[in-house]
Design a protein around this ligand. Structure first.
Ligand code: TYD
Ligand code: MG
Length: 460
């Protein structure tokens, strides 16, 4: 029979070593390694049973109680919303975004928020010096006692400081700038990013410390580094916005602890990122009510309805290939809508350049904004304004028919709240069960086709 083996298990971090050491190489604690005898399996018995361990057995779902998670609450409502109601202890959260969009600013504000109300926070800056962070903090009016800054790029050192300080929250800015001494390649390479993240996440999970990692994005706008990083973390947040617009949208792309597609809206100001609680009002503030080429769409961002102004300009061109430019909308969608307007409504757009812009630097991806885009184009082409008190909701099909969209009651409540008197919706949406609970204070007009919608929407 094979002989029993002895291994050493760290009582602090649970790592196993083949020989005894005074200091655990994984967590750095002293005198924590304990000898464990591993008996080989007797014939016919499993190794697990031989060592007095039990194997997991299947249990019914009903018998497992889902224990409520205690989340770290944030005063920043918008951030809370995106995270699904606060920071879950032990969660790994990746925050991506273009350079200069405001990731460091937002996370420093969040760090100050947690330091003030909950406990010690460690902000690891691998890109900027402690002085630079301090200058930013001064500008933001942050002077928390419990907020610690660490300018460090070696993961092992960072881990040591985390274990020493035992903060309630750790932020690492950025994952591309740090490296592990165990890796052979330079900082920022795929294997370094993956290994460094794995080390940090393991300690975060073991000690139940939430960990925010800042990630760079590539030119194409996807998170740089290995794709596996997105699988390793629990939540992926994306900070978006046009550089020359003040608005910033924080989107949750993946969230194991909340719904995805939630957005938090911020405005970059002199004193950092300010939350925007009533975005629709803000987006409509500069609107000229009777200008041709402007229409109001009611779009959904996650669970939140947003009213946005869509502007279109159609202008004659002597060139044989007219231009189509979409800012904030998908260009293919614009081409499709222009084709439907030509073929089904009879607008002669072949000699027209068409420009479409979503006001405020917003990006709309959902087809529910189709109707507003098409109406804005037609309004500009005919030089005829859209009724000022009208909002538009609906997807447009290739036959020029209006197709129903989800979450209609929510959209209409928001439109009513902002003082719109009428809203055009696809007629089919009104027959469905989803139409229950529509607001009474707004006139709801159901239409079947884009042609009918234009009759009603444009001021004749
Ligand atoms: P930053 O948070 O450094 O961006 P990131 O970490 O995503 O690269 O933000 C940089 C920009 O934000 C910079 O152009 C200056 C601007 N900013 C403000 O407008 N107001 C402020 O209060 C702060 C701190 C920065
Ligand atoms: Mg930064």
């Amino acid at each position: 029979m094979a002989k029993a083996k002895v291994q050493y298990v760290c009582s602090q971090c649970g790592s196993t070593q083949m020989k005894w050491m005074g200091k655990c190489p994984d967590c750095g604690e002293w005198n924590t390694l304990e000898a464990v005898t591993i008996r080989p399996a007797e014939p016919g018995r499993s190794t697990l049973a031989a060592n007095g361990l039990t194997t997991a057995t299947p249990v019914t779902l009903a018998s497992v109680g889902a224990s409520p998670v205690e989340r770290l609450p944030l005063r920043m409502v918008e951030l809370n919303r995106v995270l699904g109601g606060g920071i879950v202890p032990g969660a790994g959260i990746l925050v991506g975004g273009d350079p200069g969009i405001g990731k460091s600013t937002l996370l420093l504000q969040m760090a100050a928020d947690v330091a003030r109300h909950v406990g010690t926070v460690l902000y690891v800056s691998a890109e900027e010096s402690a002085h630079q962070i301090a200058r930013r903090a001064q500008r933001l009016g942050i002077q928390e006692e419990r907020l610690y800054i660490l300018a460090e790029i070696v993961v092992e050192q960072i881990l040591e400081q985390i274990l020493h300080l035992r903060p309630v929250l750790v932020i690492v800015d950025s994952i591309q700038a740090i490296y592990t001494e165990g890796g052979a390649s330079a900082a920022g390479t795929v294997s370094q990013v993956r290994d460094s993240a794995a080390l940090l996440l393991r300690v975060a999970k073991q000690h139940n410390i939430p960990l925010f990692l800042v990630g760079h994005v590539t030119k194409e706008g996807t998170l740089a580094g290995p794709r596996v990083l997105e699988h390793m973390v629990d939540t992926v947040l994306q900070l978006e916005g046009e550089r020359f617009h003040a608005y910033r949208l924080l989107r949750s792309v993946k969230n194991r602890f909340g719904s995805t597609n939630e957005v938090g809206i911020f405005e970059m100001g002199d004193r950092g990122m300010e939350e925007v609680h009533n975005p629709s009002e803000l987006f409509l503030a500069e609107r000229l009510p009777n200008a041709a080429g402007s229409a109001i769409a009611v779009s959904m961002e996650g669970t939140r309805p947003l009213l946005v102004e869509i502007q279109a300009l159609s202008s004659h061109t002597p060139f044989s290939q007219p231009r189509r430019t979409g800012n904030g909308i998908d260009l293919n969608r614009l081409l499709l809508l222009a084709a439907v307007l030509s073929k089904r409504v009879g607008l002669n757009l072949a000699d027209q350049d068409i420009f479409v812009n979503v006001v405020g630097g917003m990006r709309i991806n959902e087809p529910a904004a189709d109707l507003a885009i098409a109406v804005a184009i037609a309004s500009s082409y005919r030089n005829c304004p859209v009724c000022a008190d009208l909002a538009l909701v609906g997807e447009i099909g290739l036959s020029g028919e209006l197709r129903s969209v989800g979450q209609l009651p929510r959209r209409l409540h928001e439109a009513a709240k902002l003082g719109f008197a009428r809203v055009l919706v696809p007629r089919s949406a009104l027959n469905r069960k989803g139409a229950d609970g529509l607001p009474a204070q707004i006139e709801i007009v159901g239409v079947r086709t884009l042609r009918d919608a234009l009759e009603i929407a444009l001021v004749q």
